[in-house]
Design a protein around this ligand. Structure first.
Ligand code: FNR
Length: 359
C-alpha cells in the first residue's frame, strides 16, 4: 500500500516565512459544546479534555469551536469567548496541551449576528431565543448595524486575533459560514443594505474583506489565516459557490488568506442534499479556482471513513479533510483511520499512552 495522503504532512502557508507544517491532513472541524456554565466565555475543563483528546487521538489540526469576539457575538450564553484576558489564559492552557500532543492549534473567531442569544443546542433546552430577562440580548444584524457598529465589530475581530496569538494559537479560522454575521452580510437573502456594505457582491463582501484585513494586520505574518464559508445557501438567488470562489480568490490574492474550509447552509429554506461527502464538490470548485496558489482547501461534511477521506484527497478534490461528528463519536478517529490505511503501528499519530489500543 502507498503511504496514505491523509497522513502525509501539509503546510499552511503564511504571509511571511515558511508557514506551519501540520503532521497530517485530518483536521478537527469547530464544534460548539455549549459548556461554559458560568456564562463568562471562559474555556473549561470540558474543552480541555475534549480538544485535548482530539490532539492525543492523532488529528493534525484541532479547531476550537466558534469563539465569540464580543459577548453579543455568542450563539448562546454558554459559548466560548476571547474578548478578555481571563478567557485568553484558559485558551492558553488548551493550546499548550494540544502542542504537547503534536497538534496544531486553530481557533474559529466568530460573531453570531442575528443567530445569537439562543438557548444552548443541548438536550433539555428548547430551541429559540433567550429573552433579555433571562440574560439574552438584542441581536446584531446587517440591517441594524450603523457604520460605527461595523467598525467596532471589525476592531473586535482584530483584538480577538491578538488575544488568540497571545494564547499561542497557530492558526485563526474566521467564521464566514452557517448564517452567522459574516455570512449574513455576504448573502443576498439577509443583506438588504443599500449603502456600500450591501447591494452587489463587492458591497456585500466588504464587511468580510474588512475583517480579514484587520485581522491579517495584527495576526503575526508567520501564522496562517483561514476562513470557513458557507459556499452556498442552496437557494436560487442566494449566495453560491461561484460567488464564494470569486471572494476566495480576492482574499487569497489580496488579503493573505491561505486556508479555505468549504461548508454550506445556515440561511434560507433550501433543500440540502445531505449524504456522504455532500459538500466535497464545493471544496473542489473552490480549489480549482485557487489553482496555482498555495492555499489549502479543506472539505467537510459527512466524511466519516478513512478510505472515503483518502479518495477525496487522492482525486484532488481537496487538500485536507475536516471531521466533525465522527470525532465526537471517537476522538481518536485519526489514529484508527491511520491504522486502517496502513500506517505502521509505531508511526500512528496518536499519543504513546494509546499505543496498546491495538488499532
Ligand atoms: C457543529 N458545526 C460547527 N461549525 C462551525 O463552523 N462552528 C461551530 O462552532 C460548529 N459547532 C458545531 C457543533 C456540533 C455539536 C456539531 C455536530 C457541528 C458544524 C461542524 O463543524 C461540521 O461542519 C458539521 O458537523 C459537518 O461535518 P461532520 O459532522 O459531518 O463531519
Amino acid at each position: 500500500m502507498n503511504d496514505p495522503i491523509l497522513f502525509s504532512p501539509i503546510t499552511l502557508a503564511a504571509a511571511e516565512g515558511p508557514g506551519i507544517q501540520v503532521r497530517n491532513r485530518a483536521f478537527i472541524a469547530p464544534m460548539c459544546q455549549y459548556s461554559v456554565e458560568a456564562k463568562d466565555g471562559v474555556p473549561t475543563d470540558w474543552h480541555l479534555q475534549q480538544l485535548g483528546s482530539f490532539a492525543a487521538g492523532g488529528f493534525g489540526l484541532v479547531t476550537t469551536e466558534a469563539t465569540a469576539v464580543e459577548p453579543h457575538g455568542r450563539i448562546s450564553p454558554r459559548d466560548l469567548g476571547i474578548w478578555n484576558d481571563e478567557q485568553l489564559d484558559s485558551h492558553a492552557r488548551i493550546v499548550a496541551f494540544e502542542h504537547s500532543q503534536g497538534a496544531i492549534a486553530a481557533v474559529q473567531l466568530a460573531h453570531a449576528g442575528m443567530k445569537a442569544s439562543t438557548y444552548p443546542g443541548l438536550p433539555g433546552f428548547t430551541p429559540g431565543y433567550v429573552p433579555e430577562a433571562e440574560g439574552g440580548w438584542q441581536t446584531r444584524t446587517p440591517e441594524n448595524l450603523s457604520k460605527d457598529d461595523i467598525a467596532e465589530i471589525v476592531g473586535r475581530f482584530a483584538q480577538a486575533a491578538q488575544r488568540a496569538d497571545q494564547a499561542g494559537y497557530d492558526v485563526v479560522q474566521l467564521h464566514g459560514a452557517h448564517g452567522y454575521l459574516m455570512h449574513e452580510f455576504l448573502s443576498p437573502l439577509t443583506n438588504k443594505r443599500t449603502d456600500e456594505y450591501g447591494g452587489d457582491e463587492t458591497g456585500r463582501s466588504r464587511f468580510v474583506r474588512e475583517i480579514v484585513s484587520a485581522v491579517r494586520a495584527v495576526w503575526p505574518a508567520g501564522k496562517p489565516l483561514g476562513i470557513r464559508f458557507s459556499a452556498t445557501d442552496w437557494v436560487e438567488n442566494g449566495w453560491d459557490v461561484d460567488a464564494t470562489a470569486r471572494l476566495a480568490q480576492v482574499l487569497v490574492a489580496d488579503h493573505g488568506v491561505t486556508w479555505i474550509d468549504a461548508s454550506s447552509g445556515g440561511l434560507g429554506n433550501g433543500t440540502i442534499p445531505v449524504g456522504p461527502g455532500y459538500q466535497v464538490p464545493l471544496a473542489s470548485r473552490i480549489k480549482t479556482a485557487l489553482d496555482g496558489t498555495n492555499t489549502v482547501v479543506s472539505a467537510v461534511g459527512l466524511i466519516t471513513k478513512a478510505q472515503q477521506a483518502e479518495t477525496i484527497l487522492a482525486t484532488g478534490q481537496s487538500d485536507a479533510i475536516s471531521v466533525g461528528r465522527a470525532a465526537l463519536r471517537d476522538p481518536h478517529w485519526a489514529a484508527a483511520a491511520a491504522a486502517e490505511l496502513g500506517v505502521p503501528r509505531d508511526q500512528l499519530p496518536s499519543a504513546p499512552q494509546l499505543h496498546r489500543a491495538n488499532w
